[in-house]
Structures are given as structure tokens and as C-alpha cells.
Design a protein around this ligand. Structure first.
Ligand SMILES: [Cu+2]
Length: 297
């Protein structure tokens, strides 16, 4: 006959098996933080910095975890009561106690030093490559210092506007008040080698800008700007999606960044500008025709 304790154990084992099977079968989302470590790609220094810092701290933590658990399991097995073994008593052993305290402190000092060294790479953008310079414009740092600029102040600035349920990008190219600015939806196109500065905001509800391979998440908030940057060295497509539940079609609010070599980027920019002008002209024509038709003869 089964005892209640046995039945409970069986039930717990079954629950654990079912939940781990469900966890393993969840398909990878479009944007994830990576299974083991944060994603990086395209060589942008901020994402690389986040990833290498995470790996260093993660590996140290695993070494400490394995060491402590290994010693614990070894002691539990070797000196278990049924064997009657008694481990040597180390209480009051000054050398041992000082060395494991100093050892732990040294690990923390190492982690802090490396973190502070890496933070610069994560927060402070580098200058654009020389080949990308004609595309960039000089910005004056904002008084509140929230927007980090490279040492020479030259960036390719793009406005990221979150709206239900699409991302809109404006390429102000130094003149944020120009109504003829080139814009695109969903896919942001950028030149490789340029330090791209993003000014992120929203016009309806709160959204969150996140392309995992290009660094951390940034909230897109109505009436408030957040800033980040990236510098992609390899041409490619980097995918992400809105990371803040923003309404019923939140899941469709995908985003991607396409990095093109500077000459190809310039060609895309000119094509996009012509297409927008053409669409504006067609719309004006249609509008005038509709006005004429309603006005009558
Ligand atoms: Cu959203």
C-alpha cells in the first residue's frame, strides 16, 4: 500500500517533470535576452561590454557555486551518520577563516574594478569611423547630460517614436525642425561605422525600445526622451520588438535595424526621400481632385 508521503513525492516528481517539459518546449521568442548570456552582434561596443561583463561575473559565480556545493556534498557523503565518520573540527582556525574572508573580498574587488572599467564602454559612445563622418552631424550635449556623446560630439541622430503599434524613425540629420525629414516605419536603416544616437519617446502609451543584440532596453515614454546609442561595424539585420505591454497588438510591434555600408545607406536615404516626396505629391493631387469634385462646376 502507498503511504501519503510516497504519493506526495510521486505527485511532486510528476509536476516537476511536466513543468520542465513545458519550459523546454517554449519556442524562443523573437527578442530574448539570450539563453545563457545577453545577446550581442554587429560589434556595437555597448552590447559587447554588457555581454563580456555578464560572462565574467557569471563564470566567477559558477566557480564559487561549484566549489561550495562540491565541498558540501563531499562532506555530507564522506561523513554521513551511517558511516559514523567525524570530520576534523575547524572552528577557531584563524588561518582558514581569514583566508576565506580575504578570498571572497578579493573576488568582489576584482568584480567591482572590472565593472567600473567596462561601464565606460557601455555608457560612453566612441567616435564614428572616419568613413562614416560625412553622414554625421555635430550635437551640443544637452544641459542635463543625459545624452552621452562621443568625444568629438559627432553622431548620426535618429528619433525613435513608439506608437500603438509601430515604431516610427525620423532621420533628422542635424535639423530636428525640418518637416521634410526622411522617416521610416518598423525598419530602421543605419550606416555601419557611424555612432548612431537614438532619442526615444512615445506619443500615446508607454513602449520599450529593445534590439537585444544592440544593447539594453530603453523605455519610450510620452513627453519624455530617453537616450541610447550603438555603433554597428558589420552590415546585417538586428531584430527586436516592443518590450512593454502596450495594448492588444503589442506582440505585433516588432522592430529591426538594418546596417548598410555608408554608400549603400546614402542610396537608401536618397530613395526613401524621393519616395516620400512622390507620395506627398500624389496625396496633394488626390486631395485637390477631391476638393474640385465636391466643389462642383
Ligand atoms: Cu509597444
Amino acid at each position: 500500500m502507498r503511504t501519503p508521503a510516497r504519493r506526495l513525492r510521486r505527485r511532486l516528481a510528476l509536476t516537476a517533470a511536466v513543468s520542465s517539459a513545458a519550459f523546454v518546449s517554449i519556442p524562443a521568442a523573437v527578442a530574448s535576452a539570450g539563453i545563457i548570456a545577453p545577446e550581442s552582434g554587429g560589434g556595437t561596443p555597448n552590447a559587447e561590454g554588457i555581454r563580456s561583463l555578464y560572462l565574467l561575473i557569471g563564470i566567477l559565480a559558477v566557480i564559487v557555486f561549484v566549489g561550495v556545493c562540491g565541498l558540501l556534498i563531499h562532506t555530507l557523503v564522506k561523513y554521513r551518520a551511517s558511516k559514523g565518520g567525524v570530520p576534523s573540527q575547524v572552528h577557531g582556525n584563524n588561518r582558514l577563516e581569514v583566508s576565506w574572508t580575504v578570498g571572497a573580498a578579493l573576488i568582489l574587488v576584482l568584480i567591482s574594478v572590472v565593472t567600473f572599467v567596462k561601464l565606460g564602454q557601455i555608457y560612453e559612445p566612441p567616435n564614428s569611423d572616419a568613413s562614416a563622418l560625412p553622414l554625421t552631424s555635430k550635437l551640443t550635449p544637452a544641459a542635463d547630460g543625459r545624452q552621452k556623446l562621443p568625444p568629438n560630439g559627432r553622431v548620426y541622430q535618429i528619433d525613435v517614436n513608439g506608437l500603438q503599434y509601430v515604431w516610427r524613425y525620423t532621420y533628422p540629420d542635424g535639423d530636428t525642425n525640418n518637416l521634410n525629414n526622411v522617416f521610416s516605419y518598423e525598419e530602421m536603416v543605419v550606416p555601419t561605422g557611424a555612432t548612431v544616437a537614438l532619442r526615444i519617446f512615445a506619443q500615446d502609451v508607454q513602449h520599450s525600445w529593445w534590439i537585444p543584440q544592440l544593447g539594453g532596453k530603453f523605455d519610450a515614454v510620452p513627453g519624455y526622451a530617453n537616450y541610447t546609442w550603438f555603433k554597428i561595424s558589420e552590415p546585417g539585420v538586428y531584430r527586436g520588438q516592443c518590450a512593454e505591454l502596450c495594448g492588444r497588438n503589442h506582440a505585433n510591434m516588432v522592430a529591426q535595424v538594418r546596417a548598410l555600408p555608408p554608400a549603400k545607406f546614402q542610396a537608401w536615404y536618397d530613395r526613401q526621400k524621393a519616395a516620400i516626396r512622390n507620395a506627398d505629391e500624389q496625396a496633394a493631387k488626390a486631395r485637390n481632385a477631391a476638393i474640385k469634385a465636391t466643389a462642383g462646376p
